[in-house]
Design a protein around this ligand. Structure first.
Ligand code: UD1
Length: 381
């Protein structure tokens, strides 16, 4: 039997997939009032950035693929809008659901808003207060366009209220990405197993004696001086502690362009291709520390209670610092190294798990969305 409401759900880049999987599941039960239509913009397209995640996360294949690929921010955003509009015309959804803060999030929110289709934003309200970050621009604008805003931590709600969003449109639901972590963690391989698969069995002496590094933010990897300084710090760290480095395609390209790829040959650094989700969980869980500029990794290490150093000057996820295992390390090599040595000596922060990061966030999104859809219907003349 057909359902009364239809929601177009948008995915675009790797981190969107972990957020969308539990949301689609929450709308799936037979008694659900909501039919979902999955639209993939194609912002990420490599198998190891995209396709292999679908089976692990039990995601159905997208109903629509926009295949926008990589381009400048303006071109990518414009292309998503151009290709998303006819999909909206074809499926006439009741609402459009977007997650996170990538270019496609804003592009699809704007396309929907221009067609007077309500936008639902999951992971709303996060703010780094750094407009030089492309994601910050995407977050602020997506939130202004959204009808329902689902926040993952209390700071998100505070930020939205300050920006004039009425309280009744904001729902503190917790973290949908952690729903996926809670579901998948029992399936994650050990770090030793991941290293065996990568033919690096001898690289780490005992199970957890390594640092895990991820880097991909333009502010860190596009500027050759900054990238060199960060890599020099990692080479230095690797003299005391093996460093495992799954390389994002953007970072690989930048290391090559700036003739820094030779630094990856340091004997204490092992590069890996972008890792499958479960391998990444296993590597995070068993690491003695994680160094990252990713937002999602700050959250995941908080739940895994593994010390995390964020290689940025700020975070849009302050609860990971206030309550979780995260610390802002900045980009100064000597500060980063001093913090790493502290963790090696004293073990680092383990923190606690923030409120509603409990594996049930998507259910809260589905419940709030359904009652909003019903009350909207009742208000109609
Ligand atoms: C995007 C998001 C970022 C998110 C990240 C996760 C924006 C502004 N940025 O950054 O918030 O944290 O995804 O990975 O939306 N490339 C490939 N294969 C792919 C995808 C990209 O090789 O499947 C290469 C291309 O050279 C591309 C570059 O990576 O130009 C950057 O990709 P893009 O999607 O523009 O941004 P990310 O850096 O991945």
């Amino acid at each position: 039997m057909s359902r009364p409401y239809r929601i177009a759900c948008v995915v675009a880049a790797r981190p969107n997939l972990m957020k969308m999987a539990p949301l689609l599941r929450a709308f799936a039960p037979p008694e659900s009032q909501v039919e979902t239509v999955l639209v993939h913009t194609g912002q990420h397209y490599d198998a190891d950035m995209d396709a292999q995640f679908f089976s692990t996360l039990e995601l159905a294949q997208p109903d629509f693929r926009l295949e926008v690929g990589s381009a400048s921010h303006a071109v990518q955003t414009a292309e998503v809008m151009r290709r998303f509009e006819p999909v909206l015309e074809q499926i006439a959804p009741t609402a459009v659901l977007v997650v996170g803060d990538v270019n496609s999030t804003l592009a699809c929110a704007l396309t929907a808003a221009k067609k007077a289709i309500p936008v639902l934003h999951v992971e709303a309200g996060l703010r780094s207060f750094d407009r030089a970050m492309p994601e910050e621009v995407n977050r602020v604008l997506t939130d202004q366009l959204s009808e329902l805003l689902f926040t993952s931590e209390a700071s998100g709600t505070t930020n939205l209220l300050r920006e004039g969003i009425p309280a009744h449109r904001i729902h503190f639901v917790g973290n949908v990405m952690i729903d996926t972590l809670v579901r998948q963690l029992p399936l994650a391989p050990s770090a030793a197993e991941v290293l065996r698969q990568a033919h690096l069995a001898g690289f780490v002496r005992d199970g957890g004696h390594y640092a895990l590094l991820t880097l991909h933010r333009p502010a860190n990897v596009d500027d050759p001086l900054r990238l060199r300084a960060l890599m020099q710090a990692m080479v230095k760290l690797s003299e005391d502690l093996p460093v495992l480095f799954p390389l994002h395609p953007r970072t690989r390209a930048m290391l090559q362009r700036h003739e820094l790829a030779g630094m990856l040959d340091a004997p204490g650094i092992a590069c890996l291709p972008p890792q499958p989700y479960l391998n990444m969980l296993g590597l995070m869980k068993h690491a003695c520390m994680v160094l990252t500029d990713s937002g999602g990794v700050q959250e995941e290490t908080t739940v895994l209670r593994v010390p995390c150093l964020t290689l940025r000057d700020n975070t849009e996820r302050p609860v990971t610092v206030a309550e979780g295992s995260n610390a802002i390390a900045g980009r100064d090599a000597s500060v980063i190294l001093a913090l790493c040595r502290d963790i090696l000596r004293y073990g680092g922060k383990s923190g606690r798990v923030p409120q509603y990061w409990d594996g049930q966030a998507a259910g809260r999104v589905a419940a709030a969305t359904t009652s909003w859809l019903q009350s909207r219907q009742e208000r109609r003349p």
